[in-house]
Design a protein around this ligand. Structure first.
Ligand code: CP
Length: 347
């Protein structure tokens, strides 16, 4: 039996309370409404959560009595499992529902499903849905906290936060750092949320892919006047060699075939010939450049197996950090929950 000597969330109630001070978000729907300071607050708490996660027995009662429901209308490995672990490490009750085995198959609506979960006292509902905007609709119909775990091709804010956290752990301040995303930008909710988060933190963002996989409206001159500020500033490249030149971070993105219409690519073979992140191409980045991928990855298509398994790859660390960042988010959101009188244990 080991004796726990390291500082913990539950033994520092005053510090823990301070860590949540100033947090105003009821939901986490995307990062377009997160300031640099707010992103920094999440990442600072994630540091403390990572310390808890790395303990031999990773359990603290910070969210005892708090209920988290995972409501997934689309498949997931990393996001769903990490929210489940994040809640459990903090002592929350966690319930996971998949649409295919729920009353959704009997025709129950999204709103009714969310309201049913809230009627069972869910405090936070983590939602993945194929329709962009579904978590926003849910948030209008419940006072539980809605966390967007991916909505169509729109947003995946918790992935972006874990990406930011992972980069920060390696290179510190992101100001002026060149972050290059390569792949299917048009259909990637990760790219969209990363764009908001990275630019909020001062990074220089480059997106690279074939013209058919770059979203319309990304270039400032293509944006309709009513939507000039609808996307953050970004450099667009269709030449991967040029894009990777001097990169501090390279993110390879999967082809989102489940969201693509046909005819966007001549063939997978040609795509990988022109846009796969290979060792030779990565040599154009800075020598210490980080190689990331949100997963799931298709080695041999968007990323070479030798690159994915190389020393530069921090793909598995992204997964570990995903648990810490989701712990931080649940912890921050729990600050708005009404507790029974006299119950100070979660404060
Ligand atoms: N990155 C990500 O969202 O992975 P999952 O689809 O496995 O959750």
């Amino acid at each position: 039996m080991t004796t726990e000597t390291r500082p913990s969330v539950e033994t520092e109630p005053d510090t823990a309370l301070d860590a949540r001070a100033g947090w105003t978000h009821e939901h986490v729907l995307d990062l377009d409404d997160f300031s640099r300071e707010e992103v920094g607050q999440v990442l600072d708490i994630a540091d403390r959560m990572r310390e808890v996660l790395d303990r031999r027995i990773a359990r603290v009662p910070a969210l005892r009595g708090y209920t988290v429901v995972n409501l997934f209308y689309e498949p997931s490995t990393r996001t769903r499992a990490s929210f489940e672990l994040a809640g459990k490490v903090l002592g929350a009750d966690v319930l996971s529902l998949t649409a295919s085995t729920s009353s959704v198959v009997k025709g129950e609506s999204l709103i009714d499903t969310v309201r049913t979960m809230r009627a069972m006292r869910a405090d936070a509902i983590v939602m993945r849905h194929s329709m962009a905007g579904a978590p926003y609709l849910a948030a209008k119909h419940t006072d539980a906290s809605i966390i967007n775990a991916g909505d169509g091709a729109h947003a995946h804010p918790t992935q972006a936060l874990l990406d930011l956290y992972t980069i920060r752990r390696h290179i510190g301040d992101l100001t002026g750092k060149r972050v290059v995303m390569v792949g299917d930008i048009a259909h990637s909710r990760v790219a969209r949320s990363d764009l908001w988060g990275l630019t909020a933190m001062g990074a220089e963002v480059v997106v690279c892919g074939p013209p058919t996989l770059l979203p319309r409206g990304l270039r400032p001159q293509d944006r309709p006047s009513h939507a000039e500020s609808a996307l953050p500033p970004v450099t667009i490249e269709t030449d991967i060699e040029r894009a990777l030149e001097g990169a501090d971070v390279v993110m390879a993105l999967r082809l989102q075939s489940e969201r693509q219409q046909g005819g966007l690519l001549p063939s997978l073979h040609e795509y990988s010939q022109h846009y796969q992140v290979t060792e030779e191409r990565l040599a154009r980045a800075k020598p210490a450049a980080l190689l990331m991928h949100p997963g799931p990855k298709n080695e041999g298509i968007e990323i070479a197996a030798s690159v994915a398994g190389s020393d530069r790859s921090i793909i598995e660390e992204q997964v570990t950090n995903g648990v810490a960042v989701r712990m931080a988010l649940l912890y921050l959101l729990s600050g708005r929950t009404e507790l029974p009188a006299g119950d100070e244990t979660r404060r």
